[in-house]
Design a protein around this ligand. Structure first.
Ligand code: TZP
Ligand code: MG
Length: 207
């Protein structure tokens, strides 16, 4: 099954929740079809298996951040530039088979390299200020994301400080997807927050 790379890209960040499974279910219940498991203290394989069983049952895709071997138990791998340094990226692409491969790219040149290396999408940000990633850097806003969108034909996944309020800017940038951690995980009602984001994104693209 080919995953459609458009819409809200949910991130289950281990450091942002006490209950990754409940958070995943809130996302899946809202119709989010692409979810990343991010665990900077170390990817837990048991959690990968649990999340993957649930995404599969929902017809959604689970992408694992950082840990390539764990990603082989799921539907895709998301890598930062630091994860790829010194590695044969095309060989890793080949080992992923039909799984998704996403690469964080800070600029147009990196996005073009990611395309040559066989990535399926590029992650670009931070769109807005974020407390979730300490070293995220300065917000690049609509113009920063749009510059990468213009430079590549790959789907661009915008990330960083995205919420229901600034979602129109993400849509205006031409990003194919909006990746969200805290606007769902830290909401009083994560399921309602996820639904609101999905609905807002649909409204923004129905014009
Ligand atoms: N990469 C760039 S910004 C960011 C990551 C992982 C954090 C996104 O989290 P939030 O809470 O949606 O700002
Ligand atoms: Mg990484």
């Amino acid at each position: 099954m080919k995953t459609e790379l458009s819409g809200i890209y949910g991130i289950v960040d281990a450091a942002s929740t006490n209950d990754p499974v409940a958070l995943l279910d809130a996302m899946l219940g809202a119709g989010i079809a692409v979810v990343q498991y991010r665990a900077k203290a170390g990817v837990d394989r048991a959690i990968v298996r649990t999340l993957h069983a649930r995404t599969t049952a929902a017809g959604a895709s689970l992408i694992v951040n950082d840990d390539f071997e764990a990603a082989l138990e799921a539907d895709g791998w998301h890598a930062g530039q630091e994860d790829l340094a010194g590695l044969d990226v095309r060989a890793l692409r080949a080992r992923l088979g039909t799984r998704l491969f996403g690469i964080s790219c800070d600029d147009a040149a990196l996005a073009q390299r990611a395309h040559r290396d066989g990535a399926d999408y590029v992650g670009v940000g931070p769109f807005a200020a974020t407390a979730t990633k300490a070293d995220a850097g300065t917000a690049i806003g609509v113009a920063g994301v749009a510059a990468v969108v213009r430079a590549t034909t790959l789907p661009v996944v915008a990330i960083g400080g995205i919420d229901a309020e600034n979602l129109p800017g993400v849509a205006a940038s031409g990003a194919a997807m909006a990746a969200v951690v805290s606007a769902i995980a830290k909401a009083a009602d994560p399921a309602a927050a996820a639904r609101a984001l999905v609905q807002r994104w649909a409204e923004l693209h129905s014009r």
